[in-house]
Design a binder for this molecule. Structure first.
Ligand code: WT7
Length: 644
């Protein structure tokens, strides 16, 4: 069926518009909704058809496409080759130093089969977990698809995460194999990667092998017997492998994301529903024509955007994609535009923080390139401010193409709220409305839907195919985090604030919990606080997200130091910033650390972050009447500030 024929099915406001299921407890999803998703699942090849679209009897754990069996990698690769598209380019890959690789669907099939055979030769069997920490190189895609082909849930860890962060993810998922590289290019330099992963695997005896891609050629530490080169093991394998079908609910991957506590949670996604919604949203939102479009999503595969919109969605749709290894300013600030011009990119999907960086560099840079191939622009990761939206449309989109703000989360798996191309005129900064098949609402404290012009909490009131199936190894945390806030209504609580405008369109307002969004990366205040107090010089720490012109939010920390000998030599705030980078990763490095004598607390001992945010954003401090000691704020304002 044509992906375009469903545009009319979009639910209106109020959500009981004709054709939609009446709002009600989850599990009473209307027949129309289920029939809609059944049609979308026909985008995929199923070895065995499903008998029921949705089983919600064990809510909040969903089972979609019950009884169906499929192979995700077959759907992303082999079937396109079998249909005669083997010569179509799957990836125009562009390395940071300027080297390139062109990978057709036939190439992709060979590479994925070889990698799958290599994993089999290591004794891995369906259900075993594989950790992957790789730069943006084609082997990252081969590795993910080889895992999918064999039913090995992968856990991809962003290349910028510290050894400690990698270690905790390996341990939590009990991975048997780690796939990594010797090094990675960062802003023109070859930086070590294997040396870091070795630090992570020093205390993870469950990792039997480390499979290493040679990317930069730098020297690496090596453990004989455990470590294997990709080019030796994988390249020697036969390039054919017969895929086996797995249950629609077979785990496809685990992806860790920050919550409101210090410990990241492993979000679990499964196969049939996830791939259905990834293919549907990618095809529909971007109005994809697999025979004509050249699509580029600039995310890293270490995040959900990379999973759903570089790997699974685009490949399921037989897309020709661009994949780029490096940063936007290497070797110069026009690199992205040069790539768009070179490959004739028609769909470009990036994050507001990247757009604001381009704005800072100046519009004369994109003006030097021919960007006329662009037909659709997408944005994801954080609310896009109207100035950035307009700049994006004008200077990248030539003031002629739709700019689509797409709201979703690691947990939702794929896009949930977005304007559709060809739909009503997009509003700068509004994700507008749930996609056809999706139901979302804005509710008040009591779970009652708010009216036009009002704001509240964003909830999802009907199950959706790509929804998370749980938190790896922690069922309680799944129920507690997402389903307890509006338990009476049976709503999924997204953690975001939102507002209806006078037309009933949705505007996202940012997180309502203690989760920060820095350059589209989710970081919890608790995670940074525990990293800070793990340093011997710190007695107590409180962290807030302060608004920042480029990164959306920036991390600002308030610390109380211990007296005596614990104080490090040198500038303590520099030492602590580096410490956080080492504990979590450079993305979590606070922009600013203020040393304070005390923290503002309520009588019950809760830190009042609202007041700290006032300080961090240079505002007059708000109402302090609930503080145990109202004079504290004077000291904090007067405290030695570090303006780094
Ligand atoms: C959180 C999810 C979605 C993939 C990348 C981030 C924020 C994301 C938008 C948007 C406003 C957005 C939300 C959400 N967010 N997209 N278009 N408008 N906010 O995935 O790391 O799981 O973070 O990012 O706060 O809850 P994530």
């Amino acid at each position: 069926m044509s992906p375009r024929s469903d545009h009319r099915v979009r639910p209106g406001f109020p959500p009981t518009a004709a054709g939609e299921a009446a709002p009600g407890p989850l599990g009473q999803a209307g027949d129309d909704r289920l029939a809609f998703w059944a049609r979308q699942a026909e985008r995929l090849h199923w070895g065995t058809g499903w008998t029921r679209v949705l089983d919600w009897s064990d809510a909040p754990v969903a089972r979609w496409f019950v009884g169906g069996r499929l192979n995700v990698a077959y759907n992303c690769v082999d079937r396109h080759v079998e249909a005669g598209h083997g010569d179509q380019v799957a990836f125009h890959w562009e390395g940071e130093p300027g080297d390139t690789r062109t990978i057709t669907y036939a190439d992709l099939r060979r590479e994925v089969c070889k990698a799958a055979n290599a994993l089999l030769s290591l004794g891995l069997r369906a259900g075993d977990r594989v950790a992957i920490q790789l730069p943006m190189i084609p082997e990252a895609v081969f590795a993910m698809l080889a895992c999918a082909r064999l039913g090995l849930p992968h856990s991809v860890v962003f290349g910028g995460f510290s050894p400690a962060a990698l270690q905790s993810r390996i341990e939590d998922a009990e991975a048997r194999l780690l796939i990594t590289s010797d090094g990675q290019y960062r802003r023109g330099r070859a930086e070590p990667m294997k040396a870091n992963t070795d630090e992570a695997t020093r205390n993870t005896p469950g990792v039997e092998h480390v499979l290493v891609v040679r990317r930069t050629g730098i020297d690496v530490p090596w453990t004989d017997g455990r470590d294997l080169w990709w080019h030796e093991l994988v390249d020697a394998q036969p390039d054919q492998h017969t895929p086996e079908d797995f249950d629609a609910e077979h785990p496809l991957f685990i992806l860790y994301t920050s919550g409101t506590t210090g410990r990241p949670k492993g979000i679990l996604h499964t196969s049939g529903g996830y791939l259905t919604q990834a293919a549907y949203t990618h095809g529909t939102v971007f109005n994809l024509d697999p025979d004509a479009d050249v699509y580029w999503c600039t995310a890293d595969i270490g995040w959900i955007t990379g999973h759903s919109y570089i790997v699974y969605g685009p490949l399921a749709n037989r897309t020709t994609s661009v994949m780029y290894e490096g940063t936007p300013h290497t070797p110069h600030e026009g690199r992205h535009f040069e790539i768009i011009e070179k490959y004739g990119v028609t769909i470009y999907y990036t994050a507001p923080t990247v757009i604001r960086t381009f704005m800072k560099w100046g519009e004369d840079i994109p003006a030097r390139y021919d960007l006329s191939s662009i037909g659709v622009l997408g944005s994801v990761g954080e609310p896009i401010n109207p100035e950035a939206w307009r700049w994006y449309r004008k200077h990248i989109g030539g003031d002629r193409v739709p700019v689509l703000d797409t709201w979703w989360q690691t947990e939702t798996g794929t896009i949930m709220i977005a304007p559709l191309p060809g739909g009503p005129a997009a509003k700068p900064g509004s994700a507008q409305a749930p996609l056809p098949g999706i139901s979302a609402k804005i509710v008040d404290d009591q779970g009652r839907q708010v009216g036009k012009g009002e704001s509240g909490y964003l909830v999802l009131d009907q199950p959706w195919p790509s929804m998370l199936r749980g938190v790896w190894g922690d069922d309680d945390r799944y129920r507690e985090t997402y389903w307890s806030r509006f338990a009476a209504q049976g709503h999924y609580f997204a953690g975001d604030g939102a507002r209806y405008d006078e037309d009933g369109d949705i505007w996202l307002l940012g997180r309502v919990d203690d989760v920060m969004n820095v350059s589209g990366h989710r970081i919890s205040t608790a995670e940074v606080e525990s990293a800070l107090v793990s340093h011997p010089a710190v007695a107590e720490a409180a962290v807030v997200g302060a608004s920042d012109a480029t990164t959306g939010q920036a991390i600002v920390a308030f610390v109380i130091l211990r007296g005596g000998t614990a104080r490090p030599a040198g500038d303590v705030t520099d030492v602590l910033r580096e410490h956080v980078a080492k504990e979590i990763g450079p993305i979590a490095k606070p922009r600013q650390i203020m040393v304070v004598p005390e923290l503002p607390k309520t009588r019950s001992g809760k830190i009042m972050r609202r007041l700290l945010r006032d300080v961090a954003e240079n505002r007059e401090v708000g109402d302090v009447t609930t503080l145990a000691d109202a004079s504290v704020m004077q000291f904090i304002n007067a405290g030695p500030a570090d303006g780094s």
